[in-house]
Structures are given as structure tokens and as C-alpha cells.
Write a new protein. Structure first.
Length: 354
């Protein structure tokens, strides 16, 4: 009996040790599983944190529209403006700089005059553009939601050209019919000059340059305004140059770049990015001036010698703003307000983004 009891007791002890050992194994597996699960959750959290951090770093770039719409004055077969802006697009310098900020395509649109371009800017078809100072000022004074981000040139020359066998001097325009692009810098130059010369009785008609050129040839008008290569061509064809604004520094025009406030809301750093890209293009232009003049000649369908005369590289500003350029802009604005060509007065500094 005692022997049987000992065998039973021994079996029970062995069974207890087995259960105890099995329990310990189960507990260890559970702890291991918990540890593994904890590490997995931690790893997932860290990966999520990394993804969130990466997304935060790219959020500014991803919010910038990939397509940029740019307007300029003057249709040509290359569909490019002149100046550092045109050279930068022509050589791909500006596109490469913009790609760094998520802009993969730039759509360029030419316009016959500034008022047409500002209308497209106001309507949202353009994001920004380069144009003459007068239409840009008139638009802003009329309520256009734009900001001034650069003044690429401050030496745009306008001409007053008479018909053959017609007026010989500005004073001869008394009682005559004169064509100009209303709202352009040439309009401002013409009205300012006539006021200085005491010419008060004249008829002003709105015509784009090609139409005015044809009207002058037919003798339908007595004089017209013109600029650049077209003006030089008219003069070389025998039409008398009655005056040009290079003789009146206060009546020179300038080229400005403006951006819509809607686009700025999407890309607040755009002015800095654009001006740095333009300055890089200008630096390259100055290293290849002969090639640049050939480029301008192709745009203007003329010769490098003529574009050197009307668009010398010395006229291009290497910074967004200069004191002399802003002074000219202030004078232009004051004149437009006084003549009621601009609806209201304003401070250039309120319009300007430095």
C-alpha cells in the first residue's frame, strides 16, 4: 500500500512540474509577443512621424500650382519677351529655377498692349506679367488686385511720328488728329508733352501700332506714337520724327512686373524666387551680349545693330528696384492722377513688394 501511495505521489509531483513548466513557457511566449507587438507599434509610430515630417517639409512646394501663366507685350514668332526675362526663358534658365519650387510648366501669352494684359490678369487668366508702367498703374488705381514685384527697365523711349508732308514740330499738332494706344506709356508721354508744349486743341484716337502705321501711310491721321524697332523703321522710311521721350527724362517709360494677389496667396515666396531667377538670367545675358542681340533681332524681325540702338543692355536693371526707377514711377503715377487717367491716388510703396 505504501508503495502504491509513493508511486501516486511521485506521479502527481511529476505532473505538477510539467504543468508549472508549461505555464512558465506560455508566460514567456506571452511576454515575448507583447514585446514584439510593442516594438511593432513603436516602429509604426516612428514611420508615421517620419512620413508626417516629410509631408510637412514638402507642403509649401506641393501647394504651388505646377503651371505658371505669364503675360508680356508684343507678339513674335518665338512667343518670348525681350530683356532678361525673355533671355531667361529662351535659354531655359528661368524654367530650371522654377522647377526647384514645383513649377513644371510656364505658359507664355503675348498681348498687343498693356490694358489687354491687365484685363487678363484681373480675370485670373494670368498669374503675373511684365508690361509698361502706365497701364499697370492705371489698373491698380482702378482696383486691380496686383502687387508690384520688379521694374526691369526704366528707359523706355516713345516717339511721335508725323505723316509725310505733314506737321514738322510738336506745336504743329495744334488742331490735328493723333493716334496712340490709350492707356499705354506712349499715351502718357504724348499727353504730357503736348501739355508742356502748350498744344491744347487736338483729337486723340485709340489705335494699336499696326493700325496707326497703316492709317499714317494713308494720311488718315496727322501723327502717331510708336516705340522701339517699329519707330526706327518708320523714321527710316521717311516719316518725320517730331519728338522722342529721351529728350524728356520725366516722360520716359519703364517696364514693370506685377503679380496677382490670388497667385501670391498660393505662392507667397514667388517675388523672391522670380527676381532671383531673373537676376541669374541677366548675369548670363551679360556674358553673351552678341548672342542676346541676335535673339532680340529675331524677335523684332530686324538686325542686331538696330536692337542695340533701341534696347541696349545697359538699360536693364540688375535689381528688382532702383531709386531712379521708383522716382520715375512716382512721377508717372502723379501725372496720371492729375490728368484723371488714373482713378485714384496711392502710395507706390503700398503697391510695391520689396
Amino acid at each position: 500500500m505504501a508503495k502504491v501511495y509513493r508511486e501516486i505521489l511521485g506521479g502527481w509531483a511529476r505532473g505538477f512540474r510539467f504543468v508549472l513548466l508549461a505555464s512558465m513557457v506560455v508566460m514567456m511566449l506571452a511576454v515575448s509577443a507583447c514585446g514584439s507587438g510593442g516594438n511593432s507599434a513603436g516602429s509604426s509610430t516612428r514611420e508615421a512621424d517620419k512620413a508626417e515630417a516629410a509631408g510637412s517639409g514638402n507642403s509649401a512646394k506641393s501647394s504651388v500650382p505646377s503651371v505658371l501663366n505669364y503675360g508680356f507685350i508684343g507678339a513674335n514668332k518665338l512667343n518670348l519677351p525681350g530683356g532678361a526675362e525673355g533671355w531667361g526663358f529662351y535659354k531655359g534658365i528661368i524654367q530650371e529655377e522654377l522647377k526647384k519650387h514645383g513649377i513644371t510648366e510656364v505658359k507664355l501669352t503675348s498681348f498687343p498692349n498693356g490694358p489687354d494684359q491687365t484685363e487678363s490678369l484681373i480675370s485670373g487668366r494670368l498669374d503675373f506679367g511684365s508690361l509698361g508702367d502706365t497701364p499697370a498703374i492705371i489698373a491698380y488705381a482702378g482696383g486691380a488686385k496686383t502687387r508690384l514685384i520688379g521694374q526691369g527697365s526704366a528707359h523706355t523711349v516713345g516717339y511721335i511720328i508725323g505723316k509725310k508732308d505733314g506737321p514738322k514740330t510738336v506745336k504743329d499738332l495744334q488742331g490735328k488728329t493723333i493716334a496712340t494706344q490709350k492707356g499705354s506709356f506712349m499715351h502718357r508721354y504724348l499727353v504730357g508733352l503736348l501739355k508742356q508744349e502748350g498744344v491744347t486743341d487736338y483729337k486723340l484716337v485709340h489705335m494699336l501700332i499696326p493700325d496707326a502705321t497703316a492709317a499714317l501711310a494713308r494720311g488718315d491721321i496727322d501723327a502717331t506714337t510708336n516705340t522701339g524697332v517699329q519707330a526706327v523703321k518708320q523714321i527710316s522710311d521717311g516719316y518725320p520724327a517730331l519728338d522722342d521721350s529721351s529728350k524728356h527724362p520725366d516722360l520716359l517709360g519703364s517696364s514693370v512686373t506685377v503679380v496677382s494677389e490670388d497667385y501670391l496667396a498660393k505662392f507667397p515666396d514667388f517675388p523672391k524666387v522670380w527676381n532671383e531667377a531673373r537676376e541669374k538670367a541677366l548675369a548670363d545675358l551679360k556674358q553673351h551680349q552678341d548672342e542676346y542681340y541676335k535673339f532680340l533681332a529675331e524677335i523684332g524681325n530686324t538686325t542686331p545693330d538696330i536692337v542695340k540702338q533701341v534696347s541696349p543692355t545697359e538699360d536693364l536693371k540688375d535689381t528688382a528696384f532702383t531709386d531712379d526707377g521708383l522716382s520715375l514711377l512716382e512721377g508717372t503715377k502723379n501725372f496720371l492722377v492729375e490728368e484723371k487717367l488714373a482713378k485714384k491716388d496711392f502710395n507706390i510703396s503700398d503697391w510695391q513688394l520689396k
